[in-house]
Write a protein that binds this ligand. Structure first.
Ligand code: C5P
Length: 393
């Protein structure tokens, strides 16, 4: 499961740091590429040489180590990471991650990465039960950080309490579980649409929208990682660097309709996250219109692509980007467009929607609504796929 995965192991200053040597070794035995980052406090408990010897990678201990190719270690590590594990996670590191205090490279890496984060708290029982630590853990949970443990047992002080770091073998199986999920779309052929369409007015001007395509790309990546064969039909994208999927670039809603209609019979699933223009110019102008010659534009409806696809032959997932009556509108779309799932998001919420790396969505299906917290689009993509999987026989 974890072969060739880039796993960042962040070790902070707790006696449990010695267990992370065993964890690093277990990950390496499974052929993961392990990059260790240590805080200064962690170096008081275990040595850098233990980790570099086991992982065959230089250990990062400060912002200015400059051990990576890029010369900016935390950014280099962040971008390559498939998973970031903080084990042990002290009260101090938990607080810093929760607040984004990036005074050392562990927090800097987490902030700069889109990879999921797993933390294994380790500390005295009363510290763990303190309001501050509990509040910070709640913040992390809301950021979709996975929290493992702590377990109850004998602590360094001699008392029996909750505060022991999850044992490395258990952490290893939790890590494997994070990756194992990602093969449940083997043999599935999926169309994903992303970005905004363009409706030309004349050779110079057009009508479009604010879609960045980030949500669609995150879905295409998640499907690819979970084993699906993906065709991404896209309009304007803010980042076109996705690999491992078939990419088809289109301009107008009509182009998108044609590309989808040509393929739809050969696919199992379509996820339409594209912001398709509802209208196009009735008679597109072949020459640039002179400003004196125009007072209004005549529009005509574009086809509703999602609605036109036969929902008995393919699983259909749609989006509803709304500014009001979110759930009501999403439910309407679920039935009128004959979808299995509508991903509803209120684009007026701060940090959510167009252009952002995060999104807050409600999954609307015929069994009800699931309200999800604000999370990275990459995380949300997996949540959408977890739900969609239940509709695929
Ligand atoms: O009706 P509304 O545009 O809000 O529906 C949004 C959903 O329908 C999205 O999944 C979008 O990709 C899809 N759509 C479509 N064809 C259109 C307009 C929207 O397939 N012309």
């Amino acid at each position: 499961m974890i072969e060739n995965k880039n796993i960042v192991l962040c070790v902070t200053g707790s006696i449990a740091a010695y267990k992370s040597i065993y964890l690093a070794s277990s990950l390496v035995k499974e052929n993961a590429n392990v990059q260790v980052i240590m805080t200064e406090a962690a170096l008081e408990f275990v040595g850098e040489a233990s980790f570099s010897g086991i992982t065959h990678n230089p250990v990062i201990t400060g912002y200015y180590d400059r051990k990576s190719k890029l010369g900016i270690d935390h950014i280099d590590i962040a971008k390559k990471a498939d998973l970031i594990v903080v084990a042990p996670a002290t009260a101090n590191s938990i607080a810093k991650i929760a607040l984004g205090i990036s005074s050392e490279p562990i927090v800097g890496t987490i902030l700069a990465s889109k990879a999921p984060v797993l933390i294994a708290p380790a500390m005295d029982g009363d510290m763990y039960n303190s309001t501050q630590v509990q509040n910070n853990l709640k913040v992390l949970e809301n950021l979709s950080v996975k929290i493992s443990g702590p377990e109850k047992g004998r602590l360094a002080s001699g008392i029996e309490e909750f505060g022991r770091m999850t044992e490395p073998d258990k952490l290893l199986s939790e890590i494997e579980k994070i990756f194992s999920k990602k093969k449940d779309y083997n043999n599935i052929k999926a169309i994903v649409t992303a970005g905004g369409t363009i409706e030309e007015i004349d050779p110079v001007r057009f009508i479009s929208n604010k879609s960045s395509g980030k949500m669609g790309i995150a879905i295409a990546e998640a499907l690819r990682d979970r084993g699906a064969k993906v065709t991404l039909i896209h309009g304007n994208l803010s980042d076109n660097s996705i690999i491992g999927v078939e990419k088809i670039s289109i301009k107008s809603a009509e182009d998108m309709t044609n590309e989808i209609q040509n393929r739809v019979n050969y696919f199992d699933l379509i996820i339409m996250s594209a912001a398709v223009a509802d209208y196009k110019i009735k008679n597109k102008f072949n020459q640039k219109i002179k400003k004196e010659d125009i007072s209004h534009l005549e529009l005509e409806r574009n086809p509703d692509i999602l609605k036109s696809i036969d929902g008995s032959k393919i699983i259909k997932v749609g989006f509803a980007a709304e500014t009001e009556n979110l759930i009501e509108n999403a439910k309407k779309k679920l039935s009128t467009k004959d979808c299995k799932l509508i991903v509803a998001n209120d684009i007026t919420l701060p940090g959510s929607g167009f252009g952002s790396d995060e999104n807050k969505a409600t999954l609307v299906h015929n069994k009800g609504c699931e309200d999800l917290p604000l999370m990275k689009k990459s995380e949300l993509a997996h949540k959408i796929l977890d739900k969609t999987k239940s509709f695929i026989k």
